[in-house]
Ligand binder design. Structure first.
Ligand code: ATP
Length: 318
């Protein structure tokens, strides 16, 4: 991908400080602060309804902050929207094209709005859009719509791209191509803000991860910092029948303060703590004492998904 023709200035690509957003009584974003450094891939993760899309919509200039401040490429996204728009790309979760327009026609139209667009043939080829170039948008598969959405977001050589669940509905091969494309964009100096429900995607691509829940920041760090630095391991316990009343609390007491027990649902637990034999032995003894039959008991290094479960206490509802 040819390098964008700009000089990278100093300062973060995105600065969010104390952002509050409400829909009526509902507080969607509750004093959120984080930054996105230039030239990085930064993931914003969180369960459904955590406030990710609302936050990104403010960054993209679609919504005005109700409280707090947001700067994007040093600009105010609502007051300086005209100046900002040519410098950013936005890939929406769905839509973004007229239903009857053919895929490549749509891409050509978006390209014509930019001063120095990327070559269309290059994008069509890289994203495998050649097979569906003449297909009307509404007839494209979910994965093809995503690919077209990504092409539309980057065709104007943006300095900063917001990509909302870019690989939803893509098959594994196309997912990998998309990852490679995002990594190439980063190598060219483009900043990428990613939201995804695929933790493997976030772990593989991100320089930095921000996890938000109920509109607040609950964890931040590199994937390495979040998964490894605390010298902790994870035990995942899935059982055949729902846990007996009060049993998880007894496990918490048995394991002590250095271990954290998160109830994921009525038949699975996530135990985070020192990866020693004594913890495993206590979990086995607890199973026996409560007549609980494990379906699986796995011990491993924490993954980003474990961190997500631990800090939000919730499973993904992708
Ligand atoms: P998802 O992962 O499902 O896309 P999200 O993290 O992007 O979720 P938001 O879409 O920002 O979350 O929504 C945050 C909260 O605000 C949710 O409770 C949602 O129901 C609510 N919300 C979002 N948009 C509106 C709206 N236009 N009117 C009323 N409530 C809204």
């Amino acid at each position: 991908m040819p390098a964008p023709p700009y000089v990278v200035p100093d300062g973060p690509a995105v600065e969010i400080d104390g952002l509050v957003m409400r829909y009526g009584e509902k507080v969607a974003v509750d004093g959120l602060s984080f930054t996105v450094e230039r030239g990085t891939i930064t993931s914003v993760l969180g369960p459904n309804g955590a406030g990710k899309t609302t936050t990104l919509e403010v960054c993209e200039g679609f919504r005005r902050p109700q409280s707090g401040s947001v700067r994007v490429l040093g600009l105010d996204p609502t007051r300086q929207r005209r100046e900002l728009l040519p410098r950013i790309g936005v890939m929406l979760q769905s839509g973004g094209a007229w239903s009857g327009v053919r895929a490549v026609e749509m891409l050509r139209h978006i390209a014509s709005l930019h001063a120095d667009p990327l070559p269309i043939d290059l994008l069509v080829d890289r994203l495998g859009l050649d097979q569906c170039g003449r297909t009307p948008y509404r007839r494209l598969s979910g994965g093809q719509q995503q690919r077209l959405g990504l092409a539309m977001a980057i065709v104007g050589r943006p300095e900063l791209v917001f990509v909302d669940e870019p690989t939803a509905g893509m098959d594994p091969a196309v997912r990998r191509t998309t990852w490679a494309l995002l990594e190439e964009l980063k190598a060219d100096g483009v900043t990428i803000v990613l939201t995804t429900h695929h933790m493997d995607e976030a772990e593989r691509l991100s320089d930095l991860v921000h996890v938000i829940d109920h509109g607040r920041l609950v964890a931040s760090g590199t994937p390495f910092e979040l998964t490894r630095a605390r010298d902790q391991a994870t035990i995942r316990l899935v059982v055949t029948e729902p846990f007996p009343q009060g049993a998880p609390d007894k496990l918490r007491v048995a394991l002590g303060d250095s271990t954290e027990v998160t109830e994921i649902n009525e038949q699975s637990l996530l135990i985070t703590g020192p990866a020693d034999g004594s913890t495993l032995a206590k979990v086995s003894a607890w199973c026996e004492e409560h007549d609980v039959l494990p379906e699986s008991l796995t011990l491993g290094q924490r993954t980003l998904e474990d961190v997500f479960l631990q800090v939000t206490g919730r499973e993904f509802e992708a």
